[in-house]
Design a protein around this ligand. Structure first.
Ligand SMILES: [Zn+2]
Ligand SMILES: [Zn+2]
Length: 504
């Protein structure tokens, strides 16, 4: 049994800790009310529309200020029952997070939040217990008169002054924040921070149809310190930059075929790589026959821009020889379906023919480095050469289409009177791989992990992922990931591990 004195001191300790929890919520509440997007960033929340900022201020502000209000009131007045309000909210928050860990594809970083919230619940709970043990009298709550005492009014006034202060200082805060955000971008060395090995990231896991979570097809591969980009779909170059990758470091771009959704970002990529590091050499663009036509076209389209840049920044900052790209076509000798296109410094890249008729040639790529390997399918129907190349690879990045969803979408488009778009969505069914077929290929090739990309239809919310997978998990027992921009799959040399991280 504890002595009265021990109980008293315990009660004080937990009351102080509960007060600290209340203050943390107060800071978060004021933060969401005054700088909603900054605080939302810490919670990995981004408003989907401008109106979303309103919800961040209102809903998140209310949640934290509400928990803070009852937490601090309970602590300061010793009316312990009030602490049940934040406890109930926190329990619901933790339940939601655990549900999300099970059903959503979320990174393990949320485990840290769960731990913090469980600590808060424990502190508040023990504060209630300690307070009960101390007073041994039931807490009947407070009368209305007790709630509205001068201390409460003074507390509310302080909070309002703080909020007003932040609003008044928002120009100064904006300048300070710029420095913080810029430092994030300029000082980060994503490639330097990775361990030696093969790393595969998604900068565009989408297809031609717009998808809020996915730009047009673009995958980057980091083999050791060598940085390669496979395809440059629309919007993907921004994703690469948002992932804080330095485009000046790109060694080469590899194109799988020349459909618009795979090349639309090429001009921007050539420009950013050139201007990023004052490169004196144009960007090598490796691709099957036809790549020279594409590169010539982009070089011509960007030639005026290149002239302006040199005139404005000078030839030291933008050396004229580095503008644009240089086509590096490869061909398949008679009867072969694969060719080694890079074999340098331990990095071996093999191009192989796939089946995307009438697009010919269309290829996929196999990257190998220090015993780790990945196959990137490009656009294709299920095909034998891909299965052969994928045999035993660590990671298979395969394009995927869910036919039932595409058909449903097509019917909806047709019923809206847009027959041409409906016809196109019907036609695409015959030159892509169905989700379940990709799973069968992963199974028969014995790959370590299947990542689906070039997703058709778009999956703007993760709630669609399960329907997209269909029966895929029946055909392949390994891990399947529905790709989204920002994912990075790290395969350290000398191990068989595949570690999934997020760069966005
Ligand atoms: Zn295509
Ligand atoms: Zn495509």
């Amino acid at each position: 049994m504890m002595t009265k004195k021990q109980i008293n001191s315990l009660e004080i300790v937990f009351r102080i800790l509960a007060g600290v929890v209340g203050c943390i919520f107060l800071v978060l509440g004021i933060g969401f009310l005054t700088l909603p997007e900054v605080f939302a960033n810490g919670f990995f929340v981004e408003p989907a529309r401008a109106v979303g900022v309103n919800s961040l201020r209102g809903d998140f502000g209310a949640l934290f200020l509400g928990m803070s209000f009852f937490g601090l009131l309970g602590t300061l007045t010793r009316h312990r029952r009030l602490l049940f309000v934040p406890i109930v909210f926190l329990v619901i928050v933790v339940a939601g997070r655990i549900t999300s860990l099970i059903v959503d594809d979320v990174p393990n970083v949320v485990a840290d939040s769960i731990v913090a919230e469980l600590i808060f619940i424990t502190i508040l709970g023990l504060s209630v217990v300690a307070s009960s043990a101390k007073t041994e009298t039931p807490d009947h709550g407070m009368s209305l008169g007790e709630y509205f005492n001068y201390k409460l009014v003074a507390g509310i006034a302080v909070v309002i002054i703080l909020i007003a202060g932040v609003f008044m200082a928002r120009k100064q805060i904006g300048m300070k924040m710029l420095a913080v955000i810029a430092a994030e971008f300029t000082q980060k060395d994503v490639i330097g921070d990775l361990p030696d090995g093969l790393h595969v990231g998604l900068a565009g896991a989408g297809a031609p149809l717009p998808d809020a979570k996915r730009a047009g097809p673009c995958t980057f591969v980091i083999a050791g310190k060598n940085f390669f980009v496979v395809d440059a779909g629309p919007g993907s170059i921004r994703q690469l930059e948002l992932m804080k990758l330095r485009l000046g470091d790109i060694k080469a771009v590899l194109l799988t075929h020349f459909h618009s959704d795979h090349i639309a970002g090429l001009g921007e990529l050539m420009l950013k790589r050139w201007a990023g590091e004052a490169r004196p050499d144009p960007l090598p663009i490796i691709g099957p026959k036809g790549v020279d036509t594409v590169v010539q076209g982009f070089n011509l389209a960007y030639s005026l821009d290149a002239g302006y840049r040199v005139a404005h920044h000078g030839s030291t900052t933008t050396p004229p020889t580095g503008a644009g790209g240089v086509a590096m076509p490869f061909d398949f000798s008679a009867g072969t379906r694969d060719v080694v296109v890079i074999d340098d410094g331990g990095v071996k890249v093999t191009a192989f023919l796939v089946d995307h008729r009438p697009v010919k040639p269309a290829v996929g790529y196999r990257f190998a480095y220090k015993g780790r390997s990945v196959v990137i399918s490009g656009d294709t129907l299920p095909c034998e050469s891909l299965r052969r190349q994928a045999a035993g690879v660590d990671l298979l990045l395969h394009e995927a289409m869910q036919p039932a969803m595409v058909r449903t979408l097509g019917q909806l488009i047709r019923s809206s009177g847009r027959n041409n778009v409906a016809d196109i969505s019907r036609d695409i069914l015959n030159y892509h791989t169905f989700t379940e077929e990709a799973a069968r290929i992963a199974d028969s090739a014995g790959v370590g992990h299947l990542v689906l990309n070039h997703l058709l239809p778009p999956l703007p919310v993760t709630a669609l992922n399960s329907a997209f997978l269909g029966e895929a998990e029946k055909y392949y027992s390994g891990p399947i990931t529905v790709g989204a921009d920002g994912m990075l799959f790290s395969m350290p040399a000398g191990s068989s591990r595949i570690i999934k991280k997020w760069l966005l």
